[in-house]
Design a protein around this ligand. Structure first.
Ligand SMILES: [Zn+2]
Length: 90
């Protein structure tokens, strides 16, 4: 579906569906950030209460983990978002 990290092909290789009309804009980014905030932030609050890690350790663990989860989730969310856009038009 994607030719780069988030750049969709011009059309589907199977059914010739034109992907250029499915413009997702910033929607997938908002959804990915919302999902991460919903699940990751409470996890870190609980870890803070249970283990009380030093601030630098919490930063060293949480920043790359949060960034990695968002970047890993973004193509999946964009694909789902484009599918929802396509479904809402048909
Ligand atoms: Zn197709």
């Amino acid at each position: 579906m994607f030719q780069g990290y988030l750049t969709p092909h011009q059309k589907c290789s199977h059914c010739e569906l034109n992907f250029e009309t499915l413009n997702a804009d910033d929607g997938p980014a908002y959804i990915a950030m919302g999902l991460v905030c919903l699940f990751v932030v409470p996890f870190f609050f609980i870890a803070q209460v249970l283990y009380e890690p030093p601030f630098w350790l919490a930063l060293v663990i949480s920043l790359p983990l949060t960034l990695g989860i968002i970047l890993g989730l973004l193509p999946l969310v964009k694909g789902a978002f484009m599918g929802a856009l396509w479904k809402s038009r048909t």
